[in-house]
Design a protein around this ligand. Structure first.
Ligand code: WT7
Length: 656
């Protein structure tokens, strides 16, 4: 990484103000209100967070100290006693919300289930007692390897209830990936299911657990709790494996929530490092509860009449913070869907919105591009009038995809919150507050109150407006990760030392390139590791990709640099096409010209390769690292365990 600034080429001038009626009814109603809250938080972050912790959460015992900051290690609300499962469940039971729908679940084959707060509480208590019977105690680590069924959320809340640390491993990961994570965390137990439904097929889960535990590879794992979902044949190992439906009727539905220290570990979630083994991101109880709670409340502008749907999987942080903990802590009604849009049911997402009257819809740019490719006839054939707010997360959204989302799904009346954050940050950091901040397609807009974000160079010096640089955060916040599990040194090196601390002041280094425009809006240009360097110009991948996607033939694009003797790097673009377009030489010429016109000759791809699909992580991120190897004609190196679909890589290799 060299310390030259990153050039930004995206010219996006469109501005969309929140509809007046939306603002009037919103939690944060105007720019002036946002700015005054922001200024108050900036002037005294500790007081700001303490006031919210007091007013928004239930504490068994109040904290002694708001923030104990021994850089880069932060402790929030030390001395405080709290339980996030209590805040998500018990406290709603003494209100009218007791019989309000907490989770509305829709299975892929079309089955469905609604759990009220009282019902969810009951099942969580039962599973907590089952875990206790299995010998799981406070402080033990439990692996959760589940399909998207209510029991995935129940398992997380059950662990939190008894003070066990959960580590959710996405159900699409292999037995190897599961084994690594269980072994690294020295898990005491695993909660899984026989299988789950995805794209009309059964994803076997229990078989993978069996493989992961083979040959005593995870000697600490004593028991496996198995939820029956798909009913295919599986083996149950006597003395180790227990059916949930067998133990559930035998355990008590009474299980008081353990009083946890605010800094007790809540969960470890593994995220892929760009190289090397995945990092176990550690989040603790009190600060995470507050941060996921208040960001959900203000950013999604939650009301009791809302039906909120985040399409993520619980296997990644978005599912943790914005399907389970944030919405439930707020007493909201959340939808949970097992499946995805697929050829046999391409309109399923829109059917669910119509069926349940979804008001808030939160998804990823990668999903939006799939919806675009499937065609607007599908959403147009459904009644989506219940929607009032849309959100995106996961990567920079191409302005064309933003405009489509705005027009076709939001019918030009729903604000879009483009939410920038990371597994490491615990919750959303940069976003519009929908009633207060006007949006620009492709910009995550402004920092959440209490978040002091800046664009800096590698000396930590702030850069002027519109200069691309490194996205950094200057003050600790309650939802921040506490360390890398078992590796404080890696935590320090990865996040706190790229920008050397000055006068004892540390900055959190996010690893993203970004710029701030003259209005203070943030534009994320992509991961630093992905930045292109063409003839000494450092270009973000996102902007070149957006130029490609703005051509009618292109569904998706990923650009990488390939070593070039003269230019340093030449741009290679991997492109998937919309149906009706043929990937021939004429189109290659046209696309090169198009990018040249949109951005300038410097960004013209030297090479364009058409492909059926791009290699992505399960959270929908394009794995440019793999494409870089392919473009350079090298064998793919590094960790590929987070790849969603391995066959994509094999196909691309064939193309080579
Ligand atoms: C990285 C974090 C946050 C939960 C999902 C992914 C990219 C995420 C945005 C956005 C531009 C974004 C960044 C970030 N990213 N959201 N709205 N605009 N970039 O979590 O897997 O930890 O990935 O995703 O590059 O660093 P994650």
């Amino acid at each position: 990484m060299s310390d030259i600034s990153i050039e930004s080429t995206l010219q996006e001038e469109r501005l969309f103000s929140p509809p007046a009626a939306f603002s009037q009814a919103a939690q944060i109603k105007s720019l002036a209100e946002y700015e005054s809250i922001y200024a108050r938080a900036q002037a005294n972050p500790e007081q700001f967070w303490a006031e919210l912790a007091q007013s928004e959460l239930h504490w068994f015992k109040k904290w002694d100290k708001v923030l104990d900051w021994q850089p880069p290690f932060a402790k929030w609300f030390t001395g405080g006693k709290i339980n996030i499962s209590y805040n998500c469940l018990d406290r709603h039971l003494t209100t009218w919300r007791k019989n309000k729908a907490a989770l509305i679940w829709e299975g892929e084959p079309g089955d469905s289930r609604t759990l009220t707060y009282a019902q969810l509480h009951r099942e969580v208590c039962q599973m907590a007692n089952a875990l206790k019977q299995m010998g799981v105690a406070k402080g033990d680590l439990v692996g959760i390897y589940m399909p998207m069924i209510p029991e995935a959320a129940i398992a997380m809340l059950a662990c939190a209830r008894i003070g066990a640390v959960h580590t959710v491993v996405f159900g699409g990961f292999s037995a190897d990936a599961l084994r690594d994570r269980l072994a690294n965390g020295q898990a005491k137990a695993v909660i899984t299911a026989d299988g789950g439904w995805r794209k009309d097929a059964i994803v076997p889960l229990k078989i993978q657990v069996d493989k992961a535990l083979e040959n005593n590879a995870c000697p600490t794992v004593e028991s496996v709790l198995v939820v029956q979902r798909t009913k295919q044949d599986i083996e149950m190992l006597a003395g180790r494996d227990i059916w949930w439906h067998e133990i559930q009727p035998t355990v008590s539905a009474d299980c008081p929530a353990e009083e946890m220290d605010a800094e007790d570990m809540l969960f470890v979630l593994y995220t892929s490092g760009s190289t090397g083994k995945p990092k176990g991101v550690v989040h603790t109880t009190g600060g995470y509860n507050l941060y996921s709670h208040i960001t959900t409340k203000w950013i999604f502008d939650l009301n009791d009449t809302d039906v909120y749907w985040c399409t993520a999987d619980v296997g990644w942080i978005t599912g943790h913070s914005y399907i389970v903990y944030g919405p439930l802590s707020n007493g909201a009604t959340a939808i949970m869907y097992e499946g995805v849009a697929r050829p046999s049911n391409p309109g399923c997402m829109w059917d669910i919105i119509e069926k349940y009257g979804v008001t808030i819809f939160y998804t990823a740019p990668t999903a939006i591009r799939v919806f675009m490719k499937m065609g607007e006839e599908l959403p147009n054939a459904r009644n989506l009038s219940s929607l009032r707010l849309l959100g995106t997360v996961g990567e920079p959204i191409n302005p064309e995809a933003w405009m489509w989302y705005h027009r076709v799904i939001g019918k030009e009346k729903c604000p879009i919150v483009d939410t920038w954050w990371q597994t490491e940050t615990g919750g959303i950091m940069i976003t519009a507050l929908p009633g207060a901040i006007s949006t620009k397609p492709g910009s995550a807009t402004r920092p959440f109150p209490g978040i002091i974000a800046e664009i800096v160079d590698l000396d930590g010096e702030p850069l002027p407006a519109n200069s691309g640089g490194y996205l950094a955060v200057k003050h600790p916040w309650p939802g921040m990760m506490r360390t890398v599990y078992g590796d404080d040194e890696r935590f320090r090196k990865t996040y706190w030392e790229h920008i050397p601390p000055k006068d004892g002041k540390y900055m959190y280094f996010a690893g993203d390139g970004a710029r701030q425009d003259a209005d203070g809006y943030f534009w994320v240009m992509g991961r630093i590791d992905d930045v292109l360097n063409v003839s000494g110009h450092r270009l973000g991948t996102m902007e070149v990709e957006s130029a490609l996607v703005s051509h009618p033939s292109v569904a998706e694009a990923a650009v990488v640099g390939k070593p070039d003797e003269i230019k340093g790097e030449e741009i290679v673009a991997f492109v998937t096409l919309n149906s009706n377009y043929a990937g021939d030489d004429n189109l290659i010429k046209e696309l090169k010209k198009h990018v040249g016109n949109e951005i300038g000759a410097i960004a013209r791809p030297g090479e364009i390769r058409f492909t059926d699909a791009l290699p992505k992580t399960r959270s929908g991120k394009i794995m440019r690292r793999l494409l870089r190897d392919l473009a350079a004609g090298k064998e793919v190196s590094g960790d590929t365990s987070t790849l969603e679909d391995r066959s994509v890589l094999d196909k691309l290799r064939g193309n080579d």
